[in-house]
Design a protein around this ligand. Structure first.
Ligand SMILES: [Fe+2]
Ligand SMILES: [Fe+2]
Length: 290
């Protein structure tokens, strides 16, 4: 089965992606929040109104705002209060996290491990941007980093049998996952994730990060963010926050570290700084999941 012509699989996957028309509502809402919270002319009320469009999302945002993660002295009863208390940055992170947890599931991938990998990569990416001497506002960085491996869950869900073989082969033989995917399917998880999200109208600045996260030099429109996500993914994988596949033989591009004016010596500091966020991510999984 594994020796079949990969162009056939690629064709099947492309056809399947074309047919997945139903966009998870929460993902649409979270993408809109992402846009609004990056718009200097937006208001807290405008952001609340968009969240309100989705009652399930509203309930989860209120639950999280009142949880031990954010609890202040006063109980939050309205979305306006939640937006004011959490601020735009945190509201963006929380809504996209909830959307992720409610839009994608797994059949054989260890979901908790995958989730921790994804969100830790997103927090590391944010930290790298802060530490980089070329620091600049990167609106879409967190969302792109959180969703970078989403193609793995899509392949797990829609091509379970063949993809489980690919996954196991990568783990057992210590082959890089993308190389096995390319050889057998003719397409990688990076391309699958980006193509589906593009079809769902997720902005290009985000799908570009996803498409090129293993080959950041080829990124077209979000090259700096893509390079940061590549580094964040590299660090997460090497520091025990891998997605369950064990990303072996990921290429080490030292020119990217240099270009962003970051150094491997900063890794312990980076890992230290995201410890609280990883704990927060575990809580988010409990409170924000299905
Ligand atoms: Fe990946
Ligand atoms: Fe990854």
């Amino acid at each position: 089965m594994l020796t079949r012509d990969n162009s056939m699989y690629k064709k099947m996957i492309m056809t399947k992606l074309q047919g997945i028309n139903e966009i998870p509502t929460m993902l649409t809402v979270a993408t809109e929040i992402d846009r609004l919270t990056n718009d200097p002319n937006s208001s807290a009320e405008g952001v609340s109104n968009v969240i309100k469009n989705d009652p399930a999302l509203t309930a989860k945002v209120l639950k999280i705002a009142n949880s031990a993660l954010f609890a202040g002295t006063q109980r939050i009863v309205s979305l306006n209060q939640a937006v004011a208390r959490l601020g735009y940055g945190e509201i963006r992170r929380v809504t996209i996290a909830i959307a992720f947890l409610n839009s994608f599931k797994s059949l054989f991938v260890d979901y908790e491990k995958f989730w921790i990998h994804s969100i830790t990569t997103a927090y590391i990416a944010q930290k790298l941007n802060e530490l980089s001497k070329t620091n600049m506002p990167s609106d879409r960085l967190f969302t792109g980093a959180l969703l970078h491996d989403i193609g793995i869950l899509i392949l797990d869900q829609y091509f379970t049998t063949i993809y489980k073989k690919i996954f196991d082969m990568s783990i057992n033989k210590k082959y890089d996952l993308s190389i096995v995917e390319q050889k057998i399917l003719g397409i990688t998880h990076a391309e699958v994730g980006a193509l589906l999200l593009k079809k769902w109208n997720v902005p290009d600045q985000i799908t570009d990060i996803i498409y090129y996260h293993h080959q950041p030099q080829n990124s077209k429109i979000a090259q700096r963010d893509t390079k940061i996500v590549y580094l964040a993914n590299f660090i997460a994988n090497n520091r025990g926050y891998d997605n369950g596949t064990g990303t072996f033989h990921e290429q080490f591009y030292d020119d990217i570290w240099m270009e962003l004016r970051l150094s491997v010596e900063q890794v312990p500091e980076i890992i230290e700084s995201v410890q609280n966020d990883v704990e927060k991510a575990k809580q988010l999984l409990k409170l924000g999941g299905k």
